[in-house]
Write a protein that binds this ligand. Structure first.
Ligand code: ARG
Length: 471
């Protein structure tokens, strides 16, 4: 079993219950790579500053590189009974190189080490998530470009509202995902501060070179206050908050697709590969994957609350409570990554039911605002125009008539300004063509937006599918 880093002060062994309860190796083992890289940089710095002998540092670095290689090849065997990843690697290093390993922990504490590991992990995971979000944007864009001339009824309050282009609706998802990426990039910037050298909480009397370690590990800056260094978990909270917002977007997208795939809406057909059946009702094809995505968003909000509540009563500086920030952090990153990967694929195989959708566009209430605007263009005030069209819609509903069936005289009865040429705008294409205000759903504008996103996604990021990080 891995030796405790603090055992000698204790006159007796800790209870097995304590060992089991306090151990974090089961989850912090995923930080192994970063722990090793941090230790390599630290050992090099200790030798440069002549705090430990050069030959010991060389042995440490060599040993750690072997451990890193073993870890990457999946040959590294974690000690399930180790207290944490730091002790585990320290112990394995000792077994490999002997007493030189005992010099590694000079001018370092697990308090600054764990912050370093998590920050390095988060920086990598943010890059990975940025790549996945970009892949999803590209997948949505491809779907939109493949269906450029589909008009759907748009909804407010889940009641039929006005005609919009399907591509316009899909581009709305991309807008929200792009904001998500901005938030993640800015979170990464604030995470990019190197904490090592803060030691337990007060710094050290040994002549270390924090800047050297910062450069070795590719950090942009140093943390400025040793107490804050080991106490701060804002970067975790921030990432969890950013991903909570991502999950809200993914959940709302799921909800749209769930609704659109119902018999009642019937806009789309989801591919069987992302649905499941019923054990009792043979006819069923259920959108379980999308429902679980929607459900997972709840868990992800919970993970954010979990860490916020964990932090709120903690006195400065380090407290062991902080160990518990990792399970919610890892869970959120994994879940969001999984969902993004699913969505990239799911969008590739959605079939749009053009004919069914077209039938829904004959509902003339979709054009009520267009008639209001027709009247406004003829000098009628907004208020009067709204009243006129309101009366017309009500009468037509009561009498089971269509607006397009009203005679010239009937139209005149509502307003002198209402001529039969109004019927030209009572169709879906006319309706979307009218929406030419910047950001509106007119096909010309949407086409331009599609091209802008195409250039942006191709040019800036490319369409690569990113690598998932190790779990
Ligand atoms: N497992 C600990 C954590 O996640 C590592 C730091 C432990 N430090 C200590 N003094 N016990 O925060």
């Amino acid at each position: 079993m891995t030796k405790k880093l603090w055992g000698s002060r204790f006159p007796k062994k800790t209870s097995v219950l304590t060992d089991r309860f306090t151990s974090s190796i089961s989850f912090d083992k995923r930080l192994a790579k970063y722990d090793i890289l941090g230790s390599i940089a630290h050992a090099k710095m200790l030798a440069r500053k002549k705090i430990i002998p050069e030959k010991d540092a060389r042995a440490i670095v060599k040993g750690l590189n072997v451990i890193l290689k073993d870890f990457k090849n999946g040959k590294f065997k974690f000690d399930a009974r180790a207290e944490d990843i730091h002790s585990n690697i320290q112990e394995v290093l000792f077994k490999k190189i002997g007493s030189a390993a005992h010099k590694l922990h000079t001018a370092r504490s697990r308090n600054d080490q764990i912050v370093l590991d998590v920050k390095m992990y988060i920086k990598d995971e943010i890059d990975n998530l940025l790549g996945l979000i970009t892949s999803l944007e590209a997948s949505i864009l491809k779907f939109a470009k493949g269906n450029p001339r589909i008009i759907i009824p748009g909804y407010t309050h889940l009641q039929v509202a006005q005609c919009v282009l399907l591509a316009h609706h899909l581009l709305a998802y991309i807008e929200s995902l792009e904001r998500d990426k901005e938030r993640l990039r800015s979170c990464k910037e604030r995470t990019d501060q190197m904490p090592l050298g803060s030691c337990a909480l007060s710094g050290t009397g040994l002549a270390i070179d924090r800047n050297f370690v910062k450069k070795e590990l590719g950090f942009a800056e140093l943390t400025q206050n040793s107490i804050d260094s080991v106490s701060d978990r804002d970067f975790i909270i921030e990432l969890l908050a950013d991903l909570a917002i991502v999950s809200v977007h993914l959940s709302r997208m799921s909800e749209d697709l769930i609704l659109w795939s119902t018999k009642e809406f019937n806009f789309i057909d989801l591919d069987f590969s992302f649905c499941t059946g019923s054990s009792i009702m043979p006819h069923k094809k259920n959108p379980d994957v999308l429902e679980l995505i929607r459900g997972s968003a709840g868990k992800i909000q919970g993970n954010l609350s979990n860490v916020l509540i964990l932090m709120k009563g903690l006195p400065l500086s380090y407290n062991r409570d902080l160990q518990l920030d990792k399970p919610p952090l890892f869970d959120t990153i994994d879940t969001v990554g999984d969902i993004l990967e699913i969505f990239v694929e799911l969008f590739k195989n959605i079939r749009v039911k053009k004919e069914v959708i077209a039938e829904k566009l004959v509902d003339e209430s979709l054009f009520s605002v267009d008639i209001v605007e027709y009247l406004i263009k003829k000098g009628v005030s907004y208020r009067d125009a709204h009243d006129i069209v309101g009366r017309m819609v009500r009468d037509c509903l009561d009498k089971g008539r269509k607006i397009s069936s009203l005679s010239a005289r009937e139209l005149k009865n509502y307003s002198k300004k209402l001529a039969p040429d109004v019927k030209k705008i009572l169709n879906a294409w006319a309706s979307v063509n009218l929406k030419t205000s910047y950001g509106g759903t007119s096909p010309r504008l949407v086409e331009r937006q599609l091209a802008v996103w195409d250039r942006h996604l191709r040019g800036v990021y490319g369409y690569t599918t990113p690598r998932r990080c190790v779990r």
